[in-house]
Design a binder for this molecule. Structure first.
Ligand SMILES: C[S@@+](CC[C@H](N)C(=O)[O-])C[C@H]1O[C@@H](n2cnc3c(N)ncnc32)[C@H](O)[C@@H]1O
Length: 430
């Protein structure tokens, strides 16, 4: 009997797993996935249906492999170097906002709205339809929204994220190889694809700090990810009294902890404008529990020196607490700087104080086919292009702590169920 080929094996798996998802949707009376403008925004599979979640992921993975196998190596070498051009132009010229969801438009009307000529509107819109399911053209020349552009129409946060990814992150990607050539193996955050793309000798954070409009939309990019990602239910907060959310942005995690554990006192530290914005949004009922640290060390008027906030993790930590919490911070910094951030905690640390690092762990080669592993690897390269920073593998964390100070005892890492981040923990032994 002829053995089954890989492509048949994959197609059988796709059929089997798709039937599971399809059966689930019809049992629940849910709509089948589609790109119509009124389609559900995602497939609503609840956490308890783990088998259906797995089936969906298996289909996504197998489809991607089957598509590549059927395409073949030679054709796969033809990269899509125009990939993001259309979406970026659509957002820049607000074509997605040029007509309401539920109505249709024409290339001529979009041209009038945007000031682009009809030919440019047509090529941009058709590129986006064919490559990204942006808009639909079921009747030639009649443009309607698709499920994707319908989301952008009423979800400003989702739209802002796409703008940040295409206007800030993508240009940096294009310059990564140039940066690696110019500054071999650099660990400096200002010797990156991002710096080259901005024609600057500054780091991404410094550039955003100087340009409030860009800094604000970058801040909003992160404000989407408010989830404490399993931290509330999977850490013994009942046994703790104080925590510092270091680099805590607008304080979403500190606020969640304060709401759930009314005995906790939380401090949020970040750059000046970010904490000021966070403080202005803090609900009144949490003001005794959550403190945004926005005082300054040094006086610009008296000394003429640069202001340093006491919230800066490159200066000594001023708060004595039970827990120092860092969510998605260390992946922004190369080892050289990550070690400094830990060393700056030392003056404040009491015996038994805990350090929690809450971020993705870069998986080892054995699990590279999963969707999560690909996301983590992509994020790692993203950190390279923006900041010369990195995601770390499991075995790298104890080394970062021991390089910082022998007084840190690495306690290990665990990933709460359904979380994407790991809770990586160390204790100060002095
Ligand atoms: C990737 S964001 C993570 C924000 C937040 N922890 C979260 O997960 O939503 C990194 C944060 O580090 C802050 N940051 C950068 N440099 C800093 C510094 N020197 N001191 C304190 N915070 C800093 C940024 O302003 C930003 O809010």
């Amino acid at each position: 009997m002829a053995s089954t080929t890989k492509i048949v094996e994959l197609s059988l798996l796709i059929a089997k797993e798709t039937a599971k998802v399809d059966g689930f949707l019809s049992r629940k009376g849910l709509a089948a996935p589609s790109f119509d403008e009124d389609a559900p925004q995602s497939i609503p599979i609840p956490d308890e249906s783990a088998d259906i979640k797995e089936a969906r992921l298996a289909v996504i993975e197998a489809c991607s492999e089957l598509k590549d196998l059927m395409t073949g190596p030679k054709e796969l070498l033809r990269f899509k170097w125009t990939d993001y051009v259309s979406v970026k132009a659509i957002l820049r010229f607000r074509l997605d906002k040029s007509f309401p969801v539920g109505q249709s438009t024409s290339f001529e009307a979009m041209s009038k709205f945007s000031g682009l000529n009809v030919m440019n509107v047509r090529r941009i819109v058709r590129h986006a339809i064919i490559n990204h399911h942006f808009f639909k053209e079921d009747t030639p020349g009649v443009i309607t929204h698709s499920a994707l552009t319908a989301i952008l129409a009423d979800n400003e946060l989702a739209r802002n994220s796409l703008v940040v990814e295409l206007d800030e992150f993508w240009p940096a990607a294009v310059r990564v190889a140039d940066a690696m050539e110019k500054w071999p193996n650099s660990e400096e955050p200002n010797e990156t694809g991002f710096s080259l793309a901005n024609n600057s000798s500054k780091s991404m954070f410094d550039i955003f700090a100087e340009e409030p409009f860009r800094g604000e939309r970058f801040g909003r990019y992160f404000s989407q990810d408010k989830t404490a990602d399993g931290l509330l239910d999977n850490y013994p907060w009942a046994e703790k009294a104080t925590m510092v959310d270091v680099g805590g942005s607008h304080g979403s995690v500190a606020i969640s902890i304060a709401e759930r554990f009314p005995h906790m006192k939380c401090y949020v530290q970040d750059l000046r404008d970010t904490v000021a914005e966070g403080a202005s949004r803090l609900p009144t009922e949490l003001q005794d529990q959550v403190t945004f640290m926005e005082q300054y060390v040094g006086d610009l008027n008296l000394t003429g020196t640069k202001l340093t906030t006491i919230s800066d993790f490159f200066t000594e930590q001023p708060v004595i607490a039970d827990v120092y919490y860092f969510k998605s911070i260390f992946h922004n910094w190369a080892d050289k700087y990550s070690v400094k951030i830990l060393q700056n905690l030392v003056p404040a640390l009491k015996k038994g104080a805990r350090i929690i690092i809450h971020e993705r762990i870069l998986p080892g080669l054995e699990s590279l086919t999963t969707v999560d592993a690909r996301r983590a690897i992509n994020l790692d390269v993203g950190m390279l292009q923006l900041l010369n920073a990195q995601q770390r593998e499991m075995h790298e964390w104890p080394k970062v702590f021991s390089r910082a100070h022998p007084g840190f005892r690495y306690l290990g890492a665990h990933q709460p169920p359904d979380a994407v981040r790991w809770i990586i923990e160390a204790e100060w032994q002095g």
